[in-house]
Design a protein. Sequence first.
Lengths: 752, 542
Amino acid sequence: MSSSAASTPGGAGLSPAARAGTRQNRVRTLTDRFATRFVTASGISIIAAILAILFVIAGVAWPLVLPARARALPAVVLPAGTQPLAVRVDEYREEAFVATSAGLLLVPLKGGAPSAADLPALDGATVTSARSVTGGLALGLSDGRVLPVTTAVDVTYPGGKRLLVPRVTAADPLVADPAGRPVKTFALAETPDGPLLAAAVGPREVSLDTVTETTSLIGGTTREESRQSLALGSEGDASALAVDDRGQDVFAGTTAGKVVRFDRTDASAPGLAESVPVNGDGAAVTLLGFLNGDRTLVVGDAAGRVSTWQVVKDDSGRRHLARMHDFAPHGAAVTGFSPSRRDKGFVTTDASGRTMVRYGTTGKTLLDLPGAGAAITGVTFAPKADGIAAVDAGGKLLQWDVRNPHPEVSWRTLFGKVWYEGYQKPEYVWQSTGATDDFEAKLSLTPLIYGTLKGTFYSLLVAVPLALMGALYTAQFMHPDLKALLKPTIEIMAALPSVVLGFIGGLWLAPTLERTAPGVLLMPLVIPFLTFAAIAAWTALPASWRRVIPHGYELVLLVPVVLAGGALAIWIGSGVESAALGGDYRTWLVSALGLSYDQRNSLVVGIAMGFAVIPIIFTVAEDSLASVPQGLSAGSLALGATRWQTALRVVLPTASPGIFSAVMIGFGRAVGETMIVLMATGNTPIMNSSLFSGFRAMSANIAVELPEAPEGGTLFRVLFLAALLLFGMTFVVNTAAELVRLRLRSKYRTFE
Amino acid sequence: MRRLGRLLKGGEPFIWLTGSALAFSLLMVAGLLFLILRNGLGFFWPADVWVFTLDDGSRIGGRIAAREAIPEPGAKGPVHLKYRLKVKEGNRDVTGADFVWVDEAKIVKRERPADMVAFERREWGDFYGWAKAVKDGEKVVAEGHGPAYRALLSDLPKAREVRDEARRIEKDEIGSVNYAKEKLRLELKRLELHGVTSGPAVAKLKAREDALTATYDELVKKLDEVRSRLATTVVLETVDGKEKEVPVTQVLRADRPNEMGLLAKAGRYLVGVWSFVSEDPRESNTEGGVFPAIFGTVLMVMIMSLVVTPLGVLTAFYLREYAVQGPVVSAVRIAVNNLAGVPSIVFGVFGLGFFVYFIGGSLDRLFFAESLPTPTWGTGGILWASLTLSLLTVPVVIVAAEEGLAAIPRGMREASLALGATKFETMWRVVLPAVMPSILTGLILAMARAAGEVAPLMITGVVKLAPALPVDGYPPFLHFDRKFMHLGFHIFDVGFQSPNVDAARPMVYNTTVLLLVIVVALNLTAIVIRNRLRKKLRTSGI
């Protein structure tokens, strides 16, 4: 550095002292330059980092909207000469079990030759139909029996490496037809009472086989099989069957395009409950199956149509089948079906070799996978829903990797009405977690947004009149000395932590309001009335008395008036309650208006959150009212207008943009307020506008559910989406308010 | 009538109406503060202990917690004549509940026995009644209300010593052994991750682990020994003659409030307040003190201040002094201003997604792989909570500092530059000292905001009961990855999630008082500084 300084032409002839000075200057300049760069760089990066909040939150929510993806894996060629009927894979997707007409094949998916499983129970029969059931496969045999087979893998870790050994065990066969006719199609479910089998063997009937196992006192288990025959009559031949695992109903799809439901409420005599045509042209029903949880019935037909149905109760308590969704159709007859075991997703396949991944809650088709052209005869969703395996008539086992982490999310499920399982009709529901594994997540943000807006509305209803009137008084009529005292009080009010307001709201205000609600609701009438009465009395006083309290100090007089008004309102309220409302306003609310009174309700939130919002609206509004140029109001007063006329006709209109922005900023605060709504409402996500019921707001919902939501899961991302919505709402509103305020400010500048 | 019409036309009544709206708001603030103070501060006052004899002959003893009119559904008019008392009966282990409602009409006799004792216990809450006997094992040391009480009082200092000693062994000695053991376990795991499962290194660690286990067993024995030093028990008697024998070490304090004078009561009050701010919570936070919550709140605010000050000041200097003023900077300014209006929970969500899961998760994978799947940094903690709050409050500091910068007269900068100072020197020597009070105001406001925020903390690391403070005697002394307690969250948790809300209510009110004192004091300081500053600037303007 110093050598370069010496080589500069100007530095050569300088004295040592001057040279030292130059060096010092150089250091100073360098420091300055460095400081400039440092401040600029860190300023920009801090601003960027702050603004990046939006992008980080959006980035976490983003995968929700990504489509499902699938990647085809190389197909495995099965031994020639067998007709594959159904397939199942283990949870690591290393071993496939394929039911063929000859029996059961074990197919290693990571290389190796397929081998036939040893099934002595076949007893020389061939397999005529096969289905995936809980824990394995079930084979319908040519001799009228149905053989359930457990397929499992034993996992060991010799030397730290995973080793899978497939294990196949046949259970006791069920006899669908003692006459020994081949089983054309069947459905088997493990009900709480024992296995239940429905099978089609003869024309126009379904044979129903129930097994009850009783353990006798001596220790032996007796197995009792009983058989019933369900007549289909004129509905056609049974071409597809389904039984739910509660053993409630038996569904038969017929060659005439109908679904017939037999009600097993009386298990000894199941009756034909209804027969529903599922398509207009009578195409045969080729597929019936249940989604995870056995509540949604999937129906596929020979023309390739796929729809979901469920049994709903109408208002009179009668159960009937109702159509929930129609899915994008296959071009050819629907042949195979497999539900996801983790959620409400499923796959369907068709005779032309296409495989489609769909989702029950949303009614959407997520993936459309082309096949090899041969009809697919069996398909399975991998246990972790991360893959699909299918077998086709060409003797191939097709495989796909599937990445589909958030199938339950669509614009409809987030914001629209959705028909969930067990509901009578489509509804807006937020219920993110349930007790059982087959729980259907209900992630509608609509009730939460509704709750947020409801809380905001009621709190603004309380805060806006109080804050604006207070601001007008402070800015226009109050004595400056009093004002100097008041402003810090309001600032302290603004600084009160919301957890304190929420606590007081929930633990003190809620029970107090429960006793005094009619009186509190009367306050907005009684207090103004008493104020008018007070001024009437005041002006009647001799002028010398009135001089005690000059203009600008009315507040001193008004404090006792308001106190008296409040007490009077409560007194009148309880009088009204016992005289007109039958002594208890809550029973009156229920009987006369049909409203129930929750202790932590919107009224409590309105007051508690109104309390939080008042100082914000007050400060901004007072600011803009006070900054209206003196000349304007002075002119108005000089022309003979009264104080009030000046305030109302001159000051208020001039400051109106500022007042608008005050209300907007108050809105922004109320929308995002968390602790008050968390503590002062019941947090039930209901949608009703009643003042006396609670709600669940987005902010409180995030605070309650985010700590429990697993990272990267759908709920986690949906909560981030809710945060993004909150961010967006407040940011837009606040920016609008700020712009309005800035414009107002520049407008005033011309007056000065 | 005409006068009234003229009055309405002139609008004077409406002015009064606006005034009454303001009065209403102010009364709400005053009422809220009064409510909190009344419910909170009264709790430590050693109120008299009553014995009520009811008309059925039963006796109820305790402190009066509240008195209210008995609601009469269907009664005409708002007139109530009957009242009932809410009596804090205490003795939860005997009666099963803390409070009992007593109809005043049923009370035939009220008395305040001078020798009635209020016991404060470590478990099961307060006990009201008498000490009937003090026993050492089977041997009765003192008997009768008077002697037993005095014997108990003389034992209390020793009980305290034993408790403190046992606590020290538990927390410090056994705590440090456990800490060392955990470190060894992680060391072994780390070796295992590198493929070392045997050899001299592992054997050495194993030997040390065995040694620690031996120390641990010894300490447990020592703990038992300390606990057995005071084996005295006291037999407590309720007003209706039920007895309960408890170890003396379980009794924290015993008083006879009915015979205390005003001065004695005031002294006892101060003791109560001190124990509230200095002790650990007991009985799932419904009794005892809130010291860990105060500590957590203060430490979090301190970390936040350390982060937020440089960030805010640098940004303000950039925006006001270095950036080229134009539409972009104006837009940035508006955006930064508006961030102050973004809901705090959104910042919490950001903190969880970015600090906890992204940064914390990456740190864990890189440096703390041996303790996975238990996260070290990839879970909420005081550092992440403080950083989240510093983002939340940085707009406050930026706005305050910018306002301060804008208020400094141009002349000062120009004079400095004209004298040959560089821009940096002007900033450092002239502008920064002048703007310091504004920065301080901003910082104090930021601290007040941070101290009162709860929602973002709930998802970034606050817990209802932290096992250890974030600062302690084991290296590295500051454990910023630890979860912490916070006064605001304490209010929410004890008030809304506690199993015994009624008994915990005074605790909640007192915590509220404490939080309010902190927040209001910070705000008042900021207001005072700002007002002084304004005056100073006004004079310098002249």
